[in-house]
Design a protein around this ligand. Structure first.
Ligand SMILES: [Zn+2]
Length: 482
């Protein structure tokens, strides 16, 4: 598979340390608020990537962190503590906030058919591992103590600006206007590995360490968690493009300094989702969440379909109109699939041909938009419906759009609608129903349908004798007492 590598700035074949096996790490959410659909775009695309790797025959070990400590509002260790901010906002403890928004995150993932990674590790669960890494970094001179905190010394590295899509100005976080400069830092891009002297006196989560009671910086958790569960050689690291700098840059700096060898050769970054007013999380003041989509009547999988229709490296513009178009296309696709009959033999040669077509698109830097068009191609193919359904089911193992199940549900709904349209309705004009009379009216209708006109006439006379007048209406009859 060829996948764009942010570390080398070109499309490259994914090469793994162990043949046919991928050690994959994806940065997880900071659980202080609901995830917005812009965040979730990254998780959808990473999910497709993982599933495609499995489809292509790799075994995958996918690890993800949950940030429940140490992430400040500026990714460069400035500003407020995000978890503390969430706890204050909702008058809850940091742990309560972490649990609530972790559950909310996975509930959203489930609705979007995002598989849970093989290993999910909250940052607070691995403190001893971070202490071990930081201790070695101090011993080997890559880190220093200043003002009570432990910092990584970026001047000790031969290469730091690995994702050079960022310019000097963006890198100059310490001198950005309005952001207080940390005077403990020797170099402006140095970052905190361990906080003890913090401006957050009310920081709830603290642990003992050789440098005093405190808590880890944000970046160290991903290195620690990945090295623990992926081992020393990571094959593929993913995240949103906003993670590239400084978070991923810092992960590389500390991991390679600690290990003494190259750590992860392949880096994959998902571009932003933007609204027409240029914001990632809000549209006209509304915070864009999966729940909001549901409140507005959208199936969350329509959003997944919308994301798959564009390339993960291009920023995607979200508007309600764009989502409506995706909903329309998704429902049309389901209708086409619902019209297929499942009888007949599967032509395995044709099935393999379409799987290969799909793989060709996905092998080309995860081109999901072209992967989706293979669904339309197979629907138009000159082959039996059973083969088409088999191909669709195969591709949907990766796309995860619930195509077969939702098409079956649509078929059932349509059949029920036809049946209820075909049912014979009997209406009492005065609103007072009478079971005996209505039963006679139904029997008369059945007799007419069976072309037993003598019986139909007999029943009409019987009703007339009881003073009942019957008038035929479409799909039924109405009656009144005269
Ligand atoms: Zn991370």
């Amino acid at each position: 598979m060829y996948l764009y590598n942010s570390a080398t700035h070109k499309k490259e074949e994914l090469k793994t340390h162990t043949p046919n096996h991928v050690e994959m790490y994806t940065c997880g959410p900071t659980v202080y608020h609901f995830a917005h659909i812009g965040n979730l775009r990254s998780y959808i695309m990473e999910d497709v990537l993982e599933k495609y790797l499995r489809f292509a025959g790799y075994s995958v070990n996918r690890v993800m962190n949950i940030t429940d400590v140490g992430h400040l509002t500026s990714d460069a260790d400035e500003g407020e503590d995000k978890m503390l901010k969430g706890a204050k906002r909702e008058h809850k403890s940091v742990m309560e906030i972490a649990q609530f928004y972790t559950d909310a995150f996975f509930a959203d993932c489930k609705k979007l058919n995002i598989k849970r990674p093989d290993i999910v590790q909250p940052a607070t669960g691995l403190i001893d591992d971070y202490i071990k890494i930081i201790t070695k970094l101090l011993d080997t001179g890559y880190a220093y103590l200043a003002g009570g905190n432990v910092y990584f010394d970026t001047s000790k590295l031969a290469r730091y600006y690995i994702f050079n899509d960022h310019n000097e100005e963006d890198l100059a976080v310490g001198v950005r206007e309005g952001v207080e400069e940390d005077t403990n830092k020797k170099n402006r891009n140095d970052f905190v590995l361990w906080f003890t002297k913090s401006k957050f006196e009310d920081q709830a989560l603290k642990w003992d360490s050789p440098w005093g009671v405190g808590y880890p910086g944000w970046h160290i958790e991903c290195s620690g968690i990945s090295m623990k569960f992926n081992g020393e050689y990571l094959d593929l690291h993913c995240g949103g493009v906003d993670n590239a700098f400084p978070h991923h840059t810092n992960e590389i700096a500390q991991s390679e300094s600690y290990l003494g060898h190259a750590w992860c050769p392949h880096w994959c970054h998902v571009a932003h989702l933007n609204t027409s007013d240029g914001k990632m999380s809000k549209s006209k003041g509304e915070f864009l969440t999966v729940s909001l989509l549901e409140e507005k009547g959208y199936d969350p999988l329509v959003y997944r379909f919308f994301c798959l229709q564009s390339h993960y490296r291009k920023s995607l513009v979200f508007t309600w109109e764009n989502l409506d178009n995706a909903a329309l296309a998704y429902n049309k696709l389901l209708t086409k699939i619902a019209n297929l009959k499942s009888e007949g033999e599967v032509d395995e040669a044709v099935r393999a041909e379409y799987r290969a077509k799909f793989s060709k698109e996905m092998d080309n830097d995860l081109n999901t938009a072209m992967g989706v068009t293979v669904l339309y191609d197979v629907l138009k193919a000159k082959t039996g419906d059973a083969t088409k359904l088999a191909v669709i089911a195969d591709l949907d193992m990766v796309l995860s759009l619930d195509l077969i199940a939702k098409a079956a549900a649509l078929r059932e709904r349509n059949a029920a609608a036809v049946q209820s349209a075909g049912a014979f309705t009997v209406i009492a004009e005065d609103g007072v129903a009478d079971e005996a009379i209505e039963s006679l009216i139904r029997r008369r209708a059945e007799a007419k349908k069976a072309k037993n006109f003598a019986e139909a006439d007999r029943i009409r006379d019987e009703l007339k004798a009881q003073g009942i007048e019957v008038t035929d209406i479409p799909n039924g009859a109405k009656w009144k007492r005269v």
